[in-house]
Design a protein around this ligand. Structure first.
Ligand code: KG4
Ligand code: ZN
Length: 337
């Protein structure tokens, strides 16, 4: 079975082709440089770029996969959560292609796809997660923990109450005058830190809560920096301390969820999972607690079309195909059972 995955939920226009759980191609275009002067995503610019990029990106994905459009059996597309204007481009494109090729299409949830990429095998011998497992999405728009019981059966256990962790990276980078997006540049500075750790607050929202809040740590960084001169050493120490405080909370809560539901496997995804400190801390926590961990290689942590295709392929057959009435959803709340 050959599936084309289309991902247009934010500023990336991504298409990937997956054949029976193996990636044949993965092409990503981004409008990130156009948002940089504004310090964050401008939805109007993002959706206009989606329209400009989608035809070229999809053609390139088909070409790189070494197939023709007529070889496709299925189209999978992200229908939410995300920016309405951006999502509409991908969903409308998928509908048109499905009609033109007379093949089915499936709308998938962006967050499930971030987790589901862990099922894609780079080698025939690669390990794959086994249900049930705890799924964690750490991205620019979300920080969510799921109990994953099967493809299409991801139950949300915890979610951020304010900023997503990637958003907190972006806001802290702004405070430190590092530009947008914040994740990679904060990671770079954090690696150079040789000073003492600053004790930024860790917000747990109660002993048993699996929800998150990152607005406090962002404000703490803002107050800490007031009146201080921005030296490379200070930026590096703040970056490392910030990273450690948010990752500590995320990992403790993920382990709490695994403990609560007696689960021995964790699968993570989302842009922030590309961060080396996150990967190292997560590996250590899983090793210590005897759990197996799945994290995609770095490029597949970020938004991509292959993750959408992989999930679509898994959902196909479960009566999961969408109709032309499929609409887009901007909020995760409207999409969870
Ligand atoms: O999953 P993603 O590509 O898009 C969303 O679904 O939001 O994640 C983008 C987010 C951005 O906030 C970016 O700053 C963050 O992921 N990010 C990172 C790193 N690379 C990207 N955060 C921390 N460390 C990184 N290396
Ligand atoms: Zn994403």
């Amino acid at each position: 079975m050959i599936t084309l995955g289309i991902e247009t939920s934010c500023d990336e226009t991504a298409c990937g082709v997956v054949k029976n759980g193996r990636i044949l191609s993965d092409v990503v275009a981004t409008s990130v440089s156009l948002h940089r002067p504004y310090g964050g995503i401008v939805p109007e610019i993002a959706s206009r770029c989606q329209i400009e990029f989608i035809t070229g990106v999809s053609k390139e994905a088909i070409k790189k996969a070494g197939i023709s459009l007529r070889d496709l059996d299925l189209i999978a597309v992200t229908y939410g959560p995300g920016l309405a204007g951006s999502l509409l481009v991908g969903v409308s494109f998928a509908k048109a292609l499905s009609l033109a090729l007379s093949i089915p299409f499936i709308g998938v949830r962006h967050l499930d796809a971030h987790i589901y990429i862990n099922f894609v095998k780079s080698k025939p011998s690669s390990r794959r997660p086994r249900f049930p497992f705890i799924g964690l999405v750490v991205s620019g728009g979300h920080t969510s923990i799921f109990l994953c019981r099967g493809a299409g059966d991801f139950k949300i256990l915890g979610n951020t109450q304010d900023d997503a962790v990637g958003e907190a990276f972006d806001k802290v980078a702004k405070i430190l005058n590092l530009g947008y997006p914040g994740g990679p540049v904060i990671e770079k500075y954090a690696r150079a830190s040789r000073g003492k750790l600053i004790d930024f607050p860790r917000t747990f929202l109660g002993k048993d809560s699996l929800d998150f809040s990152f607005s406090g740590v962002k404000t703490a960084v803002l107050y800490y920096m007031k009146g201080k001169r921005l030296t490379r050493g200070l930026i590096a120490d703040v970056a490392r301390s910030f990273q450690e405080s948010v990752f500590d909370v995320i990992i403790k809560k993920t382990m709490m969820a695994a403990e609560k539901f007696k689960i021995s496997t964790v699968a993570a995804g989302g842009g922030v999972a590309a961060n080396k400190m996150f990967r190292d801390m997560m590996k250590k926590a899983c090793l210590v607690s005897g759990r197996s961990l799945f994290i995609p290689e770095k490029k597949y942590c970020l938004d991509n079309g292959a993750m959408v295709a992989a999930l679509g392929e898994a959902l196909y057959g479960n009566d999961a195909c969408s109709g032309l009435d499929l609409t887009v959803e901007t909020n995760l709340g409207a999409m969870v059972k």
